[in-house]
Ligand binder design. Sequence first.
Ligand SMILES: CC(C)(COP(=O)(O)OP(=O)(O)OC[C@H]1O[C@@H](n2cnc3c(N)ncnc32)[C@H](O)[C@@H]1OP(=O)(O)O)[C@@H](O)C(=O)NCCC(=O)NCCS
Length: 135
Amino acid sequence: MIEYRDTTDGVTAEQLLGFFVGWPNPPSPATHLRILERSYAVILAVNVESQRVVGFITAISDGVLSAFLPLLEVLPSYQDQGIGSELVRRMMAKLSSLYMVDVVCDPNLESFYGRFGLTTRTGMVLRNYQNQSGD
Ligand SMILES: CC(C)(COP(=O)(O)OP(=O)(O)OC[C@H]1O[C@@H](n2cnc3c(N)ncnc32)[C@H](O)[C@@H]1OP(=O)(O)O)[C@@H](O)C(=O)NCCC(=O)NCCS
């Protein structure tokens, strides 16, 4: 069974293993926990039996007009069960008083995010790969 939480209270780095799949220089679980703690809002999907975090989404925001969703991930063995959609749905509800909620994604995910009312724009990004681990 999956439980959704909107706080990192009581969460440890050990519960955060397995994320950042495919990242060459991923954040460690301890850094991941720091990312979650310092975000404006977070939703976690937790396997109730194992207490393992199996999915998460973060938002950063000015708390007045705008928010950005930098990270969304569901562990591979938990994908395609509706968990990612539930994380986005709950985050959108949390941010519903804001004017702008933006995400940058690959074209293959446009239809996924489109289900939540997001529309396609052109985004521009900078990546300093030497800083990817967050250390
Ligand atoms: C994107 C992601 C969070 C979706 O999580 P999930 O729990 O599998 O999502 P759901 O089960 O709610 O929905 C799955 C839907 O998303 C679609 N989807 C997921 N990943 C996709 C991909 N790479 N390309 C195209 N569609 C994708 C599935 O086809 C599915 O569509 P369906 O409902 O019509 O079958 C998950 O695939 C993931 O962690 N991917 C790797 C990290 C990532 O890409 N994050 C997004 C950064 S912007």
